[in-house]
Design a protein around this ligand. Structure first.
Ligand code: 5AD
Ligand code: SF4
Length: 439
């Protein structure tokens, strides 16, 4: 009898990566592998990696170094995802115990790569598929989230923002047919999921290869799948953000009242240098559509500080935009130079301490804005989907339709199951969460 095939998989990075891992796990299980909880128990150790900023990439190499010693016990290592695609065969030089290096555009070939690995082959690569028109779909997706079903609708990116590795790591933009997206939505609704999150690097750049539905029409169609109560989508790009997206959110209550729209900078001059292809006024016009919606739409964004050439005045313009939009959540980052990107040749002359200072100022201001925004919910009754429990505090944790974290008590010793919807009255507010009691 051949020894049991086991694997350990750890994911770094974004939701796209998290969902890719669900598909990779499903593929491995289909190939007869059993997932284990620790590297020590596993025959095959896989890291699904992120290279968006230098820190994320270093984390992966540190992890590989930590586990170098395990190699001696006959384990095999594989590096998947964005660092794999970016560094390619160089990984074999840096970490000679790695046998498999594959970017996300090659996951369709995983079964074949696994067979070669099992046959004892070393230095197996899946790196040549970035120009593919195909998406990676599998009916064996091993969903790890018990209440939220992820569905990729578009992969890759053709935008080539000056700072960003994604077009190089995830390859060319390619959409799935709306028919296959809707089929998957129905399938997971039948499995009992009531929340769907549609995923794509630029989710709203979606283009149905069969030309049947626009992105807004696809949203509406997913929102009408029987059993589905909440539909989210991430990440939107301002360039492709059309008014009909707000109109369908208005028309279908199942479409969540939250939009994540990365702005990156409030200075049109910096936006131009970043090759974002919009000005701050153009961005703010889209925000005004959202603010005019019937339901109050919660807004969040990503901001990079310290992009090459960002002056104190450019930074003030970002602060002004923050004050104008009044986001419910901001993810702020210090600019990190990345391999292959056009910004790499721009002079990154802003000292690290100055970047840190700008980030701190930005996040402090945002905290004040959020404190005020969140306090507006005091006394409100909202629907919360249960996600888990905070046993130490005797609270149930969940999320509102606006994606705000809500911690609440139920007055019952029996905890509600994840995925249950409850009406909660908000009794206290914090800058990042709400507190309440179930009705
Ligand atoms: N440096 C810092 N932040 C970056 N992001 C993308 N590339 C970089 C980089 N080189 C940020 C952007 C993006 C988010 C996912 O990560 O804000 O929206
Ligand atoms: Fe990281 Fe971007 Fe790759 Fe996601 S797509 S894992 S954020 S580099």
């Amino acid at each position: 009898m051949s020894p049991e095939k086991t694997f350990y998989l750890e994911t770094f990075g974004c939701q796209m990566n998290a969902h890719d891992s669900e598909k990779v796990i499903g593929t491995l299980q289909r190939e007869g592998y059993r997932r284990v909880e620790s590297e020590e128990e596993a025959g095959l150790i896989l890291y699904n990696t992120c290279s968006i900023r230098d820190k994320a990439e270093q984390k992966v190499f540190n992890r590989l170094n930590d586990y170098k010693k395990l190699y001696k016990s006959g384990k095999r290592f594989g590096v998947l995802g964005c660092v794999a695609q970016q560094e390619g065969e160089k990984i074999f030089e840096r970490a000679p115990y790695v046998s498999l290096v594959s970017g996300s555009a090659s996951y369709r070939k995983l079964p074949e790569m696994l067979h070669r690995l099992e046959a004892g082959e070393n230095r197996i690569t899946g790196l040549d598929d970035r120009q593919t028109d195909e998406t990676f779909e599998t009916e064996f997706t091993a969903r790890q989230n018990p209440y939220r079903g992820y569905i990729t609708i578009i992969e890759g990116c053709d935008k080539f923002c000056a700072y960003c590795v994604v077009p190089y790591t995830r390859g060319k933009e390619r959409s799935r047919t709306s028919a296959s997206v809707l089929e998957e939505a129905r399938r997971i609704a039948d499995l009992g999921y009531s929340e769907i999150q549609l995923l794509g690097q630029n989710v709203n750049s979606y283009r149905d290869p069969e030309g049947k539905l626009s992105f807004a029409e696809l949203l509406a169609a997913v929102g009408q799948v029987p059993g589905i109560r909440r539909v989210r989508f991430t990440t939107s790009h301002p360039r492709d953000f059309t008014k009909d997206i707000v109109e369908v959110i208005d028309a279908y209550p199942t479409l969540c009242d939250h939009i994540h729209l990365p702005v990156q900078s409030g200075s049109s001059r910096i936006l131009k240098a970043m090759a974002r292809e919009y000005t701050s006024d153009w961005y703010l016009e889209r925000i005004s559509w959202m603010k005019a919606a019937k339901r109050k739409i919660s807004l969040s964004t990503d901001i990079i500080v310290g992009f090459p050439g960002e002056t104190p005045d450019d930074f003030i313009q970002t602060m002004d935009l923050l004050a104008e939009v009044q986001y419910d959540c901001v993810f702020g980052f210090k600019y990190s130079p990345r391999p292959n990107t056009p910004a790499l040749v721009m002079i990154d002359s802003i000292p690290e301490a100055e970047k840190s200072q700008r980030l701190q100022v930005l996040l402090e201001r945002q905290r004040e804005i959020q404190r005020a925004n969140y306090s507006n919910h005091l006394g409100e009754v909202m629907e919360v989907m249960v996600e888990g429990q905070n046993t130490a505090r005797g609270q149930v944790t969940g999320r509102s339709s606006q994606n705000k974290s809500v911690n609440f008590t139920t007055g019952s010793p029996i905890a509600p199951a994840p995925g249950t919807y409850m009406q909660v009255r908000i009794t206290a507010t914090h800058p990042n969460s709400l507190v309440g009691e179930a009705l």
